[in-house]
Design a protein around this ligand. Structure first.
Ligand SMILES: Nc1ncnc2c1ncn2[C@@H]1O[C@H](COP(=O)(O)OP(=O)(O)OP(=O)(O)O)[C@@H](O)[C@H]1O
Ligand SMILES: [Mg+2]
Length: 230
């Protein structure tokens, strides 16, 4: 479902004219329904890579094939549709809207294309998912009233609300304590199985990485399997 072919990314060095090559030559195939962790030192380009996979950023060179479509060749309109409908994102900080309730926050991605499903249907899906993630009593509360772990679970529901085929998470447990981290890790794995959503997680946590079917290490611009693929 996802294939990266000779992907490279360079940035202009700060102030200079030099190019800094963050990703050198990334080739990767991820089949539908698999779970993958990307680990590596700080600054190795993990977020850059995840953003390229999620069409939030463009590679300098190479192809990103998502279900056979080359993301580097699609129009902005088509990319926006894919980001909204086919890919879910979870970040280290939840980015929930403080003035909106939990339920409203989760429904934000459904406001983009209101014609796709009925309001009632999508609301039911939101409530079902929130129930499943133990947030049933929090629907009408605001993010500020929730714990960090609960907020991150809301962010996971929001990422899943449009039924994406690919879920990308950048340090989803980075701001959580050990118990809450484990909870999110187990949740991601369960959703990977039950929702048949392909999962790519960037993490510093060796523990979270172990939950994934495959662990890849990014170092010096190159991506390598740490453990053999399952
Ligand atoms: N927009 C940008 N312009 C210039 N350089 C950038 C830009 N974004 C990232 N970089 C550089 O690319 C490198 C990789 O950054 P990236 O955020 O992908 O690393 P990371 O592996 O996610 O790090 P961390 O684990 O700390 O989150 C860093 O050296 C960073 O300074
Ligand atoms: Mg990062």
């Amino acid at each position: 479902m996802l294939e990266l072919v000779n992907v490279a990314k360079s940035y202009q060095s700060p102030g200079g004219t030099e190019q800094v090559c963050v990703l050198k030559d990334i080739t990767l195939k991820v089949k539908k329904g698999r779970s993958v962790a990307i680990v590596g030192p700080s600054g190795s380009g993990k977020s850059t890579l995840l953003n390229i996979i999620g069409a939030l950023d463009e590679p300098t060179r190479g192809q990103v094939l998502f279900d056979g479509r080359d993301l580097t060749k699609l129009s902005d309109v088509e990319l926006a549709r894919i980001r909204n409908q086919e890919i879910g994102f979870v970040f280290q900080l939840h980015h929930l809207l403080p003035q909106c309730t939990v339920l409203e926050n989760v429904l934000v991605p459904t406001l983009v294309d209101k014609n796709l499903v009925s309001k009632k249907e999508v609301q039911e899906r939101a409530i079902t998912l929130l129930n499943r993630l133990g947030l049933k009593d929090w629907l009408l509360h605001r993010p500020g009233e929730l714990s960090a772990g609960q907020r991150q679970r809301v962010a996971v529901v929001r990422a899943l609300i449009n039924g994406p085929r690919l879920l990308l998470a950048d340090e989803p447990t980075g701001s959580l304590d050990e118990d809450a981290s484990q909870n999110i890790a187990e949740l991601l794995v369960e959703l990977n199985r039950t929702e048949a959503v392909t999962l790519i997680v960037v993490t510093h946590s060796a523990k979270l990485a172990e939950y994934m079917g495959r662990v890849l290490e990014l170092s010096n611009g190159v991506l390598k399997d740490r453990a053999g693929p399952r």
